[in-house]
Design a protein around this ligand. Structure first.
Ligand SMILES: Cc1cc2nc3c(=O)[nH]c(=O)nc-3n(C[C@H](O)[C@H](O)[C@H](O)COP(=O)(O)OP(=O)(O)OC[C@H]3O[C@@H](n4cnc5c(N)ncnc54)[C@H](O)[C@@H]3O)c2cc1C
Length: 536
């Protein structure tokens, strides 16, 4: 980040207290800028939310904490320490995988040799060797892209090629030019179940394995670098960052939807809240989905800031069930994945038929468990579970339009199919109606406006998709973008990176503006600065 003196009267409003908005607000306040953080929701975290069911708090958004270096770095810049803020416990079992009708399960471990041994038993020693070769390639892809893509401002295809250099380009060429993740996995694994298991990594970005680029295999490396459980749940990360931001001087306003981002003379001058109140600002960081700007939800003036996301380009949504339920028959660990037989049909249903999958994979996060298959509440007691099935992001379809409305007529059968799959894998869940909270794409659309319920911005489909996300700097002076729909993409650590990039970009612009102002003044030419052009 830039380090020279900055004008300390440059007011910033951050719209959205998702992970990216929290990071931007924190880092900008740490550089001495007056920052106000405004969110429509009553609590921080955005998708990283917690719901109350049957008197207990259940994480109802992301459940996996990875890439801790991102948070170590951000907090170091904010003069804080991750271990002092949060209790993190590394998981040795990354996830347990089961397949319909098969008694045998497969665990992946933080220790890759332990995973290879498990794969040798589950499949064959040859498949275990192929797994190790896959890990080596995933590691090469990750280290190739971390600097020039993940940590950097959004590159163009050409600038990325330049930054990668011959060695980096060779690593990507080794994936097979323009190969999909699915195709690439087919070259690595002979056992279709392993192709399915690693293909699921595409869904971490809300994509289909058949359309996602092979580079997404880097998710395997991200998990091998460590998966942590957070005491208090993932929502605790948002709460901790919000409290730290407040200690560093950020003014927090929750429960305040922003209706308009206002411009004066083509430059951001503030926001108008739904209550009618106007808040003046010299810069605004927008942390909602970028399509909300493009669709005019924040007013016509900022509509041209980004290009719209077509419905067909939306990433996955989900139906989730936050449960306080009794489980039996299957040794759940923290993260559990239950696969059905016809994996391709899941993505055909969602992306082509645009309906809830007939054979959807079910993810179950058992939030009272770590590595040991024993819930902390004790055997036979209700435990906190989040079950998730992927869904099309059509939560903005009006009922009666002939398209999906995700009412119980559609979601009840999906629930029944999911429970049947779990039973086929040995797991029985039991709960009372008051012990369940279901969230559909329509609910996600209400919570995250203009998304249709898409949880990961634009789908990472095709090789060029990585270059189609907006960057932190918009085309409107004083308006910056941060979040999962923005470069470098979705997921908690990536969105956090985008928040850091938005803060850095704003500071760099401010730095160059104040320098040029000093130069102009010393040369006797007076031009309006960003600050004086804005509202008082
Ligand atoms: C069910 C689920 C499971 C997931 N699983 C994982 C996982 O395991 N691992 C992972 O890394 N990622 C996962 N993700 C994705 C991850 O949660 C997101 O990519 C990330 O949290 C997005 O953060 P963000 O900064 O984009 O902000 P968001 O979380 O999208 O928050 C945006 C905030 O902006 C606010 N806002 C928007 N518009 C306005 C407005 N006009 N006025 C005021 N406020 C506004 C919203 O209220 C919201 O609080 C999951 C998401 C969900 C929902």
């Amino acid at each position: 980040m830039a380090t020279s003196a900055l004008p300390s009267d440059h007011r910033v409003i951050v719209v959205g207290a998702g992970i990216a908005g929290l990071v931007s607000a924190l880092l900008l306040a740490c550089r001495g800028l007056p920052v106000t953080l405004v969110d429509a929701a009553p609590t921080p975290g955005g998708k990283m939310r917690q719901v109350q069911v049957d008197g207990v708090g259940i994480d109802a958004g992301p459940t996996v904490f990875t890439m801790r270096w991102v948070f170590d770095q951000i907090l170091a810049e904010a003069g804080a320490d991750l271990d002092a803020l949060l209790q993190l416990r590394p998981l040795s079992v990354l996830a347990r995988h089961a397949w319909r009708g098969q008694a045998q399960t497969l665990d992946l471990f933080a220790d890759r040799q332990q995973s290879a041994d498990a794969i040798a038993q589950f499949s064959s020693p040859a498949e275990a060797r192929r797994f190790l070769a896959f890990c080596a390639q995933a590691q090469r892809v990750y280290s190739t892209l971390e600097g020039p893509y993940i940590r950097s401002e959004r590159p163009s295809l050409f600038s990325l090629a330049g930054d990668l250099g011959p060695r980096g380009l060779a690593v990507l060429a080794g994936l097979g030019p323009f190969a999909s993740l699915w195709r690439s996995l087919g070259r690595h694994f002979h056992d279709a179940r392993l192709q399915q298991l690693f293909g699921r990594y595409a869904t971490y970005c809300g994509a289909s394995p058949w359309a996602a680029p092979a580079t997404l295999m880097l998710v395997a490396q991200v998990e091998l670098d460590g998966v942590w459980a957070v005491d208090g749940g993932m929502h605790a990360v948002a709460r901790a960052l919000s409290q730290l931001a407040q200690r560093r001087g950020v003014q927090l306003q929750y429960g305040q939807p922003v209706q308009e981002i206002m411009l004066r003379q083509g430059r951001v001058c503030g926001v108008r809240l739904a209550s009618g109140q106007a808040l003046a600002a010299d810069s605004v960081v927008f942390n909602g989905d970028s399509h909300a700007l493009a669709s005019g939800l924040l007013g016509g003036a900022v509509q041209p800031a980004v290009t719209p996301t077509a419905r067909g380009d939306r990433s996955l949504s989900a139906v989730t069930w936050a449960l306080h339920a009794r489980s039996s028959g299957f040794p759940l660990v923290r993260h559990n994945v239950f696969f059905d037989a016809d994996y391709r049909s899941e993505f055909d249903d969602i992306f082509a038929q645009r309906r809830l999958p007939r054979q959807g994979t079910v993810y179950v996060c058992a939030q009272d468990r770590d590595d040991a298959a024993q819930a902390t509440g004790g055997a036979g007691q209700p435990e906190r579970l989040l079950c998730l099935v992927n869904a099309p992001a059509d939560g903005d379809q009006a009922a009666g339009s002939g398209l999906r409305s995700f009412d119980p007529e559609e979601t009840d059968p999906c629930e029944q199919r999911s429970l049947a799959l779990l039973r086929q894998c040995g797991l029985t869940l039991q709960w009372q109606p008051h012990q369940q909270l279901r969230t559909t794409p329509q609910d996600f659309h209400r919570l995250f406006p203009a998304t249709g319920g898409a949880l990961y911005g634009r789908a990472t489909h095709g090789w060029m998709s990585s270059f189609s996300r907006p960057s932190a700097a918009s085309s409107i002076p004083g308006l910056y973008l941060a979040g999962g729909s923005v470069h470098p993409g979705p997921g908690v650590p990536m969105a956090a990176m985008s928040g850091r990039l938005a803060a850095a970009t704003l500071l760099a612009h401010l730095d160059s503006t104040s320098r040029s102002r000093r130069v102009h003044i010393s040369g006797g030419i007076s031009t309006p600065s960003a600050t004086t052009a804005s509202t008082a």
